[in-house]
Design a protein around this ligand. Sequence first.
Ligand code: ADP
Length: 224
Amino acid sequence: MAFICTEGVSKVYRTGRVEVHALCGVSLRISQGEYVALMGPSGSGKSTLMHLLGCLDTPTSGHYWLSGNDITTLDDIKLARLRNREIGFVFQNYNLLPRLSAQGNVELPMVYAGVRRSERTRRSSELLSLVGLGDRLSHKPSELSGGEMQRVALARALANRPSLVLADEPTGNLDTRTGQEIMRLFDSLAEQGNTVIVVTHDQDVAAHARRVIRLRDGRIEGIN
Ligand code: ADP
């Protein structure tokens, strides 16, 4: 079975009497080590699909296997454990904790995973050096530029050596040059064999991926 495998996945949001069919029968396969861009117009279901692939939510119907686990059968605790172990997230707004230093932010997923302190310190410094922030360990998010905050977020996403890195418009708040630097970091992740899925509406960002999956009205419109 492919590393990521969805079969007829649908998601219906119910708000009062209104039903929104955000995804309608999405079936896809993504192998370990693939670099994929998820594209589509606003409202086409990109974020919904990313939330499902990231085990932040479960489908209304259909099946999703991640690394052989049928996630539709897992309870919330097992889902959270799988998420923390297997998936690293990068968001447009960085989602860093303002009170923690860069190093503290990168250590947080390791705290949840029960990694001991000395190992956390070692690994967070190593990851921050990897993204070019070896000299910013003690800086708080407010003392960092947008590009630097996104680098911290990327280092945090890698903390527990995830098998899947999911990014939702990771360069959306960055200027073109800084965005390109961040995309080069994603490229090197993919070159090292990580599975990377980037949600974007930006053709230049999608050009980095080996495969583009296009969504429209909650359906896969095309894969190339
Ligand atoms: P995209 O990321 O491509 O812009 P989304 O996945 O955010 O698309 O949204 C798909 C559709 O689902 C939209 O019509 C949106 O209004 C609706 N939707 C998304 N999230 C929710 C929610 N939490 N509750 C109700 N409707 C939602």
